[in-house]
Design a protein around this ligand. Structure first.
Ligand SMILES: Cc1ncc(COP(=O)(O)O)c(C=O)c1O
Length: 426
């Protein structure tokens, strides 16, 4: 959403640029929209916290009894830190992974977390670690796609999960090591088209009905996340009620197929948080390249935010709406918005083929603020320290206008703190 220019300027002076601003009212509206699709306990929503794991966000989810899908040991610990309970009755935190890295196995076992595994070997690894209790199994549905090929979550090129054809082998493996499969899961990714998501979810529910009888201890089926956000038309509304009907029908069909009541789960990430955060940056320079035999010259607007803050455009060619603050009524011209990093790809205006795609913007001048909208999902969550730059602060705007610093700017001391000269004996 757009914020008042003088408010953004005052905040920029207070916390410096770039910074993130999260809008509580926008987040809460999206949470209400997801909740309206559910009917606990028959249909329960989780939040795929990888999209935005900040404690303030997790607390909002917890208040609304949105459960958690975590993907690392540390994500589980962040969910516990935000106040989520341990345990599997019910499993308010679920742990989905392709690999048990770092502290993952330990955290799962110590905190009685439901593991959602993606291979027979992972079942064996659980058993070898002495895990006893229920498990969930992630399936690769073989269809569907992400918003770009790199995010493909279903099909031969996706690393996630086991195939439906392996269902019996998985059931046998779990039985052999004494673990009960209580949930089966798949995530088919946010294809940009709502209709396509709807068709894919219907197909997934049918495919799960076919394998449900293979798992005698089954109590839940997770249809994953993937509700899209329209970055080019952020205020556009999808016919979400179609999903409510789909989930209710899937719950009935799967219960009939299994011969007992089955609960449905969903775990969107992006949809809840994408529109809630805006990245605010300062223009430091405006400069132009010349036309020559390699191509046409362009005007660059040089801002202090880079792909260390918001990597989606550089990584996937993703679109984020850009505004030059306070200049929305001015004439526009094609401008490439680029960041401070020593990397030519540090550009926010790119197309799907990852080439420069100048954006029609009012001509900025140094000192202007530039905002990049809809960065709440996979924005700060994917921030890095490339070029030894500290992560930008995050600010929370409450509905009554109160503002809170959610996280401060990372400093060189924070970064250097990890370095040691500790001798290792091996
Ligand atoms: C297992 C799983 N569930 C849920 C999600 C959330 O997807 P989205 O943010 O597109 O809703 C992801 C995203 O990568 C995922 O891998």
């Amino acid at each position: 959403m757009s914020h008042d220019p003088s408010f953004l300027e005052a905040l920029a002076e207070r916390v410096g640029t770039p910074f993130w601003i999260y809008d509580a009212s926008v987040l809460r509206k999206r949470i209400r929209q997801v909740k309206a699709l559910t009917s606990p306990p028959k249909v329960q929503a989780r939040f795929a916290m990888k999209a935005c794991p900040a404690t303030s966000i997790l607390k909002e989810m917890l208040k609304e009894d949105i459960w958690i899908d975590s993907v690392s040991g540390n994500e589980v610990l962040r969910a516990l830190h935000a106040g989520y309970p341990k345990g599997k009755e019910p499993a308010k935190i679920c742990f989905t992974a392709d690999v048990f890295r770092d502290n993952a196995l330990e955290v799962v076992m110590e905190n009685d977390i439901l593991p959602n595994v993606g291979s027979p070997n992972m079942i064996q690894q659980l058993a070898d670690a002495g895990y006893q209790g229920p498990i969930s199994v992630r399936f690769n549905p073989g269809f569907g796609h992400g918003h770009v090929n790199a995010c493909d979550t279903g099909g031969p090129s996706s690393k996630h999960g086991v195939w439906f054809e392996e269902a019996q082998a998985i059931a046998d493996k779990a039985k052999a090591v004494g673990l009960d499969v209580v949930m089966i899961h798949a995530h088919i990714g946010s294809g940009p088209q709502f209709q396509e998501l709807h068709e894919n979810l219907s197909r997934l529910a049918k495919d799960f009905s076919a394998i449900a009888p293979v798992f005698p201890a089954l109590t839940s089926v997770s249809l994953g996340g993937g509700i899209p956000h329209d970055y080019r038309n952020p205020d556009a509304e999808f016919p979400l009620e179609m999903l409510r009907d789909l989930f209710a029908k899937a719950q009935q069909d799967l219960s009939a197929a299994a011969g007992r009541e089955i609960h449905i789960e969903i775990e969107p990430g992006r949809f809840y948080v994408a529109p809630s955060a805006t990245l605010v940056s300062r223009v430091h320079d405006v400069k132009a390249t010349q036309t020559n035999e390699k191509g046409e010259g362009v005007t660059f607007c040089m801002i202090d935010a880079g792909f260390v803050d918001l990597v989606r455009p550089a990584m996937y060619g993703s679109y984020h709406h850009i505004e030059v603050v306070g200049k929305s009524d001015q004439a526009t011209e094609p401008i490439v918005v680029a960041g401070p990093l020593c990397e030519s790809g540090d550009v926010f205006t790119r197309d799907d083929a990852e080439l420069l795609e100048p954006r029609d913007l009012p001509r900025p001048v140094p000192g202007d603020l530039v905002t990049l909208r809809d960065g709440g999902a996979y924005g700060y969550a994917m921030a890095s320290n490339y070029n030894s730059i500290g992560k930008a602060p995050q600010v929370w705007l409450e509905e009554d206008g109160t503002i809170t610093l959610m996280s401060r700017r990372e400093t060189i001391e924070d970064i250097l703190d990890l370095e040691t000269e500790e001798p290792l004996s091996v």
